[in-house]
Design a binder for this molecule. Structure first.
Ligand SMILES: N[C@@H](CCC(=O)N[C@@H](CS)C(=O)NCC(=O)O)C(=O)O
Ligand SMILES: [Fe+2]
Length: 356
């Protein structure tokens, strides 16, 4: 099985990718709207097909990527039936199973942080995805969205901490950057739910957290009740429209050789190799300007910030770094030529040999 834990720094949310290696079928748990391009890049690079997205609950602090992913991949949207959200394809109930290839998750209702929280348990009980029902040495708050300390206490105790001791627990958030825990660890050390804590202790603790509401709550809850479908006022997600580009999981936008050929006259093509490489053995793109990577940051004023820049090198590696540097320097339209001059030549496209 393929397993990846992904992080959204703005909301401290973890998104989980689970894929069945044999069939290539995959699912995402708790995708984040702004991170959809990243998730799509990873799915593409790992050769996985997204079958379904599952949210652990109606989040209050970020907007789900479920709708945006369905638009791109045709994936089903799964969420607790009790959430009553619009646009759900698979309303989930306690005891349901969600298959991906030969693997599956089973669904446990764990209300308390919200009234429709679910925990997803992997078939062999080696991992469980607890949402905010159990956090590492903590748990989700219970002061909004019909939260209830009583319910959360029994959900965590009866549905999560009864799993095998070595079952790894993966939460929806961690605000300190800790990534994983286990049932045995939380049974002993969770300061709210572990050890000898009883319901009275727990409820006393939870009723006095005194936390401010999540900053995005007023936007996130209504959007998540539409599974993350934007409304008329939501600004469109930022995808570059100046060329057909592909985002790599490394974070760099790439342009394919044929697409560059079609648009070449509109772009500044910056070749970041060393001077001798510009001539032999591969030659260079007809309109390329030579600015070796080592000089790039000192020669930025030779480039037009308004015109798109495509960085080129031998294999696409140095130019990927050039793209990162140019973006950091404030250039807003930057792409890397996929595969560099090696791909350009393999595709039989025209090269020039003149000196810079
Ligand atoms: N500062 C965060 C607060 C996030 C928050 O309240 N998170 C909820 C989960 S949606 C929670 O239960 N937090 C538990 C805690 O902070 O102890 C924000 O504004 O988004
Ligand atoms: Fe939450």
């Amino acid at each position: 099985m393929i397993f990846r834990q992904l992080f959204d720094p703005a909301s401290s949310t973890y998104t989980y990718l689970l894929g069945d290696t044999e069939s290539g079928e995959a699912l995402l748990i708790d995708p984040v709207y702004e991170q959809v391009p990243r998730d799509l890049a990873l799915l593409q690079e790992l050769g996985l097909r997204l079958q379904v997205t599952l949210d652990t609950h109606v989040h209050a602090d970020h907007v789900t990527g479920a709708w945006r992913l369905r638009q791109r991949c045709g994936s089903m949207i799964a969420l607790a039936e009790t959430a009553g959200a619009e646009g759900v394809n698979r309303p989930l109930r306690h005891g349901d199973r969600v298959d991906f290839g030969k693997r599956r998750l089973s669904v446990r209702a764990t209300p308390g942080h919200t009234n429709s929280c679910l925990t997803y348990v992997l078939d062999d009980q080696s991992m469980a995805f607890t949402g905010d029902s159990l956090l590492i040495r903590g748990c989700g708050r219970t002061d909004f969205q019909e939260g209830s300390p009583q319910q959360l206490f029994s959900s965590a105790r009866d549905q999560i901490l009864t799993l095998p001791g070595d079952c790894l627990l993966y939460p929806a958030h961690d605000y300190r950057g800790i990534t994983v825990t286990s049932v045995a660890e939380e049974r002993r050390f969770n300061p709210r739910l572990g050890g000898d804590v009883d319901l009275g202790d727990f409820a006393g603790y939870m009723n006095n957290l005194n936390l401010p509401h999540p900053k995005q709550m007023a936007v996130a809850v209504p959007a998540n009740l539409r599974c993350g479908k934007p409304d008329a006022e939501t600004p469109a997600a930022e995808t570059p429209d100046w060329a057909p580009l592909t985002l790599r999981f490394s974070g760099v936008w790439e342009i394919e050789p044929m697409a560059l050929l079609e648009h070449a006259s509109a772009f500044q093509i910056v070749d970041v190799r060393e001077a001798p490489e510009f001539i032999a053995p591969l030659g260079h793109l007809p309109s390329a300007k030579l600015v070796p990577l080592s000089q790039l940051m000192n020669r930025l004023d030779e480039l037009d910030r308004e015109r798109p820049v495509v960085a080129v090198c031998r294999s696409g590696v140095r130019s990927a770094q050039a793209s990162v540097l140019l973006t950091k320097a404030g250039f807003s339209k930057v792409a890397n030529l996929a595969g560099g001059m090696l791909r350009w030549k393999t595709e039989g496209l025209r090269v020039a040999w003149d000196s810079p």
